[in-house]
Design a protein around this ligand. Structure first.
Ligand SMILES: [Zn+2]
Length: 176
């Protein structure tokens, strides 16, 4: 089942997600839903809270792999960021904040560990786009959005657009 994407203004996006203590059928179903959403809408990455699940999980498709048949979605459960290195400052957007793109400073490289859907822990070294996506999605699990990381002035300039997104959220109209 494809769930609706939660938009800016929805309070679940501001909650700290709960760690997953047991990977059971319910968690596997939620992971599957996240992956299905990515594939259906041909998106890159998505965190659990964005589909209304306040749990520490995110998914992404390795779009940097040239062979498109090998871009199988990856599921990351209970991710823990271990090391950061370097800086990148690239334009970012968010499915929960449609049509807004701003440059965000992130570490260029991040080392992290996470469990897969079978509960197995694995360590990853992510650079550039992969690294940025991991940091963006990890932030979602902490209730942080990318617009929190831009300058106060830029955020002020976006107030009108953000209010509009938040008001459509209240009416239950999904424009994402
Ligand atoms: Zn996002």
């Amino acid at each position: 089942m494809i769930e609706k994407i939660r938009l800016y203004g929805d309070e679940i996006l501001r909650k700290v997600s709960k760690p997953i203590s047991k990977i059971d059928d319910d968690i596997r179903r939620k992971g599957k839903n996240l992956v299905e959403y990515l594939e259906k809408y041909d998106e890159f990455a998505l965190s659990a809270p964005q589909l209304g699940y306040s749990i520490t999980m995110f998914v992404l498709r390795p779009i940097w792999i040239e062979d498109t048949t090998k871009r199988k979605a990856m599921v990351f459960i209970n991710p823990t960021l271990l090391e950061f290195e370097g800086v990148q400052n690239e334009s970012e957007g968010c499915l929960s904040i449609p049509e807004i793109f701003e440059k965000v400073k992130r570490a260029q490289k991040v080392v992290f560990k996470a469990q897969n859907l079978f509960g197995k822990w694995k360590q990853y070294t992510a650079i550039n786009l992969f690294s940025r996506a991991v940091q963006h999605e990890y932030d979602h699990l902490e209730g942080i959005l990318f617009i929190d990381k831009i300058s106060t002035l830029k955020r002020k300039l976006l107030q009108g657009k953000l209010k509009k997104i938040a008001s459509t959220t209240k009416d239950g109209i999904n424009i994402g």
